[in-house]
Design a protein around this ligand. Structure first.
Ligand SMILES: [Zn+2]
Length: 321
């Protein structure tokens, strides 16, 4: 028996084993499905970047501005915001050479609030990060590009460092810190935009994305994974739930190839930036897609909630589908 294990919290070790089990289950599922399997990889201590306490109080607890971890002791923490609700699980993770604690809390459901704000269809894309059905567009997240450039330089320098050397170790930390910066900047931007949208609308319709399928297209891959739509939509969903704003995901099939005015199929290549339909309706292609998304949400039963809600704008018959 490795004496190291005696110093672990039982539930935490169990949670790690569950993660390993999940990795193997996924591996066997991929083998069965005939996909490229990718064998679960051994995580040495340089790569092992976190552990979880599945139930708070068992091995970990927050006391004031300190975190108590079994066998480690009291650790001073920098509480980034007030803890709301009841903490369910606590994770500790390492990112870019720094340690973070992540508390997952359970909050009571917020009821959908009556609102005279409109329901919006939103399309996520590359040209604009988000296009509203009314035509407004949120630009792609620019600050990321600068950090990514630094990251590429740092990575190149890392690949030239001698294996096992201390310089390589140092450079590795630098690269990890930059990765963390990219991830943090992106998450930050996603939170800001999600907050803006949930303030503006009483309901939000988006398409449910098959990010995996899109990442398989090698031309789009880099841009798609940089865009991080999946993360953004998850954040948006949670922000909406917390603000009592309606939220719905609709089928993404053909949203960019359908005319929002007449429902006809209007085929276009990625290079064609305008939707032009035989019925006479034309719009920017992303706006047209957002309008199709909105119409699908309304057909699925989304309704304005509130006395002053502008029903006319949301009559799905005005946008047949
Ligand atoms: Zn049309």
């Amino acid at each position: 028996m490795n004496p190291f294990f005696a110093r672990l919290n039982f539930s935490s070790a169990q949670a790690t084993m569950r993660r390993l089990d999940k990795a193997f289950q996924a591996f066997f599922r991929r083998v069965k499905a005939g996909e490229e399997p990718g064998y679960p990889r051994f995580k040495g201590r340089d790569r092992f970047d976190g552990f979880t306490y599945p139930s708070v109080g068992d091995g970990a607890r927050i006391i004031g501005n300190k975190l108590r971890l079994q066998h480690i002791g009291l650790v001073r923490i920098n509480l980034h915001r007030e803890i709301e609700g009841e903490i369910k699980t606590l994770s500790v993770k390492r990112q870019g050479g720094k340690w973070y604690g992540v508390a997952a809390c359970e909050l009571p459901d917020v009821e959908i609030r009556p609102s005279d704000r409109p329901i919006a269809g939103l399309d996520v894309g590359l040209e604009s990060f988000v296009t509203h059905d009314e035509g407004d567009a949120e630009p792609p997240l620019q600050p990321l590009k600068r950090v990514l450039k630094h990251l590429r330089v740092a990575q190149r320098s890392l690949s030239r460092k001698k294996l096992g050397g201390s310089n390589r170790r140092k450079q590795k930390l630098k690269v990890a810190a930059l990765h963390a910066k990219v991830a943090n900047t992106r998450r930050d931007e996603h939170h800001k935009l999600a907050a803006k949208l949930t303030h503006r609308y009483g309901g939000i319709v988006v398409e449910s994305l098959n990010i995996r399928g899109m990442v398989k297209n090698p031309k789009l891959a880099r841009a798609v994974s940089d865009a991080g739509w999946g993360q953004f939509l998850t954040i948006l969903k949670h922000k909406a739930a917390g603000a009592g704003v309606q939220f719905r995901e609709v089928n993404a099939r053909g949203t960019s190839q359908t005319c929002p005015a007449c429902g006809a199929v209007a085929k276009k290549t990625l290079a064609q930036r305008r939707h032009v339909c035989a019925c006479g309706y034309t719009a920017h292609r992303d706006q047209a897609a957002a309008q199709v998304i909105l119409a699908r949400g309304l057909l699925a039963g989304m309704r304005p909630v509130g006395l002053n809600a502008d029903v006319g704008r949301h009559d799905p018959r005005s946008r047949l589908l």
